[in-house]
Design a protein around this ligand. Sequence first.
Ligand code: AMP
Ligand code: MG
Length: 337
Amino acid sequence: METKILPVTEESVALAKKLLLGGELVAMPTETVYGLGANGFDPEAVKKIYAVKGRPTDNPLIAHVHPRYELDKLVYIENDYALKLKEAFMPGPLTMVFYSKGLVCKEAVCGGDTLAVRMPSHAGARKFLAAVDVPVVAPSANLSKHVSPVTAAHVYEDLGGKIPLILDGGRCSGGIESTVLDVTERVPRILRAGLITREMIASVAGDCVVAQHKEGDKIRSPGVKYGHYMPRCDTARFAAGDEKAAAALYDKSVAEGRRALILCETRARASFGGRNAVSLGGNAEEMAANLFSALREGEKAADLIIAVEPEGSGGVYDGVLNRLCKAVGKYGEGERR
Ligand code: AMP
Ligand code: MG
């Protein structure tokens, strides 16, 4: 199938609407990463998402709606703090998990009783979602396990020929996926870290905890157990402060004739002298914005990506570290895939 890449205009949104309501998949820009959307009321369309991505069928999808969509059509809002969080952070990179009213098809929630909902702030996403006026269930628009896409070209690399349309809304500004927050209990619980931080949520909701995913636990966010964000080359990760060891691995690899690339924060860049080292940024937000594109460029240009963790922690660093640790295995801990 031919895959069109079109900028977001009235005509392209009209085409996207026709395709989506006709049961096809449409890739859309958001402020976090590109999403691969299907009509959440259409089980056959939703099944295509899992087939096209190669996504495990027990990993549920997030329903995306426009800001005027009434959430209580889709979910039970049982806790008042959820309304305060909606007021504070929606539209934006926050996904909230509620008990579902069952209108979004069971294929999208893998038969579960909850539904994750998000309202993107990206202007292109909003135009598309307002036009279709149905919940658009969408995971990131990459092949399962691969690095998430932050440009239309990244989507095309993974899904070109498999979907009819990519709406091109430019480069995603946020760079990592939304914060996923369980709001079904008395205290909100972060299932996946992102740009809306624990501190920001607690300041509005009064409290916020972070889910600890321990072995044997009932898994509330199945996606966390799968390999993710992995570039198609060898990788090695070092802790902040281990720049000497990272440089030694780089030198050894280059001496063996391999193309190596170091990814680090700005502070650490000077430790690597004339080596091929790229700074992801000087703070957590910059690192989030640059991480996935650096991994996608890195996998094309290098045989080995060596990543050094940022020194900072808390806030957006939690989201950056979560993605970095899944994308790049710790050096010395063996083969991960
Ligand atoms: P992706 O679409 O690839 O960004 O992944 C979406 C994330 O949201 C995954 O980690 C899912 O497991 C999680 N998620 C989606 N729906 C739910 C839900 N109903 N309950 C808990 N987590 C969810
Ligand atoms: Mg994903």
